[in-house]
Design a protein around this ligand. Structure first.
Ligand SMILES: Nc1ncnc2c1ncn2[C@@H]1O[C@H](COP(=O)(O)OP(=O)(O)O)[C@@H](O)[C@H]1O
Ligand SMILES: [Mg+2]
Length: 328
């Protein structure tokens, strides 16, 4: 694995508060890692340490093989960073700001103008190049921030809530841009928008109270949902009890979750057959229903919702629904 970001036992304390608590992970070329977590989880603090903006209390970070602590200039040269809220100098114009950033990055004049032309067209800044940044809408300010982050075509991109506060069209544009750039870069982006993970990320890490509580592909994350591949069944109430008892004993079935307490006006009830480890159980369930000749009014397979998983991993006070049949 060609890891461009390597983070090893990283911690950050602010006085008594442990904002980042012994975090270890790496991001390889081609990966877009979604850094997810509730407010205050430690996402921005971690990113600030990767970019050298904050000094870790403990742990090591290397970017493209350069230690951020020992060789900060080499590490920072390889990084493009969009900080939270995309701050910029408000009195500058986007063109002036991008020229300033290019100079700081040590670009010669001709490369500078060429790169500015390229990023301006990528993030669609043509119409506002000469207008003070202060007077731009939130969406344009964010694009200016993105433009400066990608100006030197860095191998590593750290994007702190890149789509926060943008309207749906702008979100879509930024996500497309991230996908376009992803193949030869390592991208770490923070978000608390779960649909963003599905839309752009190859991997999702959930951080809570400074600790990584989940790290995997979006599909793996979904398979952690109790409901993933569950089969929801609606059938006559008088047959339902024996059906539930029977289905509960099938291989791959973790348990049964009742959805309705009493029968509806047609005399029907609904329940869910839960799958162990998110495996597919629809075939076994269907075969058994036909064998027993239970009439089913409705039967469908559930798909996990990321927000279920997110909530169960990051909140300690989510009330558990009643489950019979011993779900572990
Ligand atoms: N400079 C700071 N001084 C003291 N506490 C801070 C500082 N920066 C962040 N924190 C605290 O660290 C925790 C993590 O914050 P942050 O990394 O910004 O979370 P996130 O980006 O996930 O919302 C929060 O409790 C926050 O209040
Ligand atoms: Mg933050």
């Amino acid at each position: 694995m060609d890891a461009l970001i390597e983070i090893d036992n990283l911690s950050k304390h602010f006085g008594e508060l442990v904002a980042v608590d012994n975090v270890t992970f790496s991001v390889a070329r081609g990966e877009v890692v979604g850094f997810l977590g509730p407010n205050g989880a430690g996402k921005s603090t971690t990113m600030k340490m990767v970019t050298g903006f904050l000094t870790p209390s403990a742990g090591k970070i290397s970017v493209c093989g350069h230690s951020v602590a020992d060789n900060p200039l080499a590490a920072k040269t390889a990084i493009g960073y969009l900080p939270e809220g995309a701050p910029a100098y408000p009195e500058m114009t986007p063109l002036g700001f991008l020229r300033f950033i290019a100079d700081v990055r040590g670009m010669g004049a001709s490369l500078r103008e060429e790169r500015i032309r390229e990023v301006v067209s990528k993030v669609h800044l043509e119409g506002v190049l000469h207008q003070p940044i202060d007077t731009l809408s939130k969406g344009f300010k964010r694009r200016v921030g993105l433009a400066q982050a990608i100006l030197h075509d860095p191998k590593v991109l750290i994007l702190d809530e890149p789509t926060d506060g943008l309207d749906p069209n702008q979100k879509h544009e930024v996500r497309s841009l991230i996908q376009e750039m992803a193949s030869d870069k390592a991208i770490l982006l923070s978000t608390h928008i779960l649909e963003e993970v599905d839309a752009v990320c190859t991997r999702a890490m959930i951080i809570n109270k400074g600790r990584v509580v989940q790290d995997g592909t979006p599909a793996e994350l979904q398979s952690r949902s109790k409901l993933h591949n569950a089969v929801t069944i609606r059938m006559a109430a008088d047959k339902a009890a024996s059906a539930r008892n029977d289905l509960q004993t099938l291989n791959g079935v973790a348990g049964i979750q009742e959805l309705t307490g009493s029968a509806d006006q047609n005399g029907s009830v609904s329940f869910q057959v839960l799958a162990s480890n998110g495996q597919s159980i629809i075939n076994q369930v269907g075969v058994r229903m036909r064998e027993k000749q239970w009439d089913v009014e409705e039967m469908h397979v559930e798909k996990a919702r990321l927000d279920d998983v997110f909530r169960s991993l990051t909140s300690s006070d989510v009330s558990e629904t009643t489950v019979s049949g011993g779900v572990s």
